[in-house]
Design a protein around this ligand. Structure first.
Ligand code: SAM
Ligand code: CA
Length: 221
């Protein structure tokens, strides 16, 4: 028994996966293909985090979602799988090559009509959505792109989601670097800063969940 969050040892992590992971075969294949053939497979979210995200999308009853940072599509599929048949996910990325893999799996999953890829710097896409009158019209947002962009993405997502909508921000524990005072690189400093900004933001209810590389959840009040 413990009244603080456990350290996940390798055997305990293996147990967690064996005891609770329900990863669809298509997602497992995407994970394996990304690991074998694509650069930087560590950018993909962990499968147990993907399962949590599908659950969260369903819990908020999301119909419209935004993702910032799609890569080969693992997290986009986890979000899209949680949406209803008439749901919509706007997926933002700047890489044609990474998202070509994602598109192939969206097709195979039968979810391609639910996902709209916007290949452009995400800040431009988000500002365009706001300019087009889409404020308060999304239910769920997931931020997982360039870390020095997080503060800007957070503010835009807070505008775009409705009250009661949920924003998830990935990599908020940054492989532990955030807790190492010797680390002062730009990404680590940016993550610490946006974390403090969200902690002190009375517009949201929050939890920093120690799953994967740290998932900050912020629910718009
Ligand atoms: N969420 C993905 C997953 O679970 O598989 C991983 C996303 S990966 C960490 C970050 C992605 O952000 C990369 O595919 C990269 O091309 C994209 N990216 C980087 N800068 C961006 C920007 N300014 N606008 C949109 N996407 C960007
Ligand atoms: Ca990530």
């Amino acid at each position: 028994m413990s009244n603080r969050t456990l350290t996940l040892t390798a055997p305990l992590y293996d147990y967690l996966l064996a005891a609770s992971l329900r990863e669809p075969e298509l997602l497992r294949r995407l994970r394996e293909e990304t690991a074998a053939k694509v650069r930087y497979p560590g950018m993909q979210i962990a499968p147990e985090q993907g399962q949590l995200m599908t659950l969260l999308v369903r819990l908020v009853g999301a119909r419209r979602a935004i993702e910032i940072g799609t890569y080969t599509g693992y997290s986009s599929l986890c979000i899209a799988m949680g949406l209803p048949a008439n749901g919509q996910l706007i997926a933002c990325d700047i890489s044609e090559a990474y998202t070509a893999v994602a598109r192939r799996y969206w097709q195979e999953a039968g979810l391609a009509t639910r996902i709209e890829l916007r290949l452009a710097p995400a800040l431009e896409t988000l500002d365009r959505l706001i300019a087009d009158g889409e404020a308060d019209r999304f239910d769920f947002a997931f931020v997982d792109a360039d870390k020095d962009g997080y503060a800007g993405y957070y503010e835009r997502c807070l505008t775009l989601v409705r009250p009661g909508g949920l924003i998830g921000l990935d990599n908020m524990l940054w492989d532990g670097a955030v807790a190492d005072p010797a680390r002062d690189d730009a990404d680590t400093v940016a993550i610490r800063a946006v974390t403090a900004q969200i902690r002190d933001d009375s517009r949201v209810d929050i939890s920093l969940v120690p799953i994967g590389d740290g998932l900050m959840l912020a629910r718009k009040r």
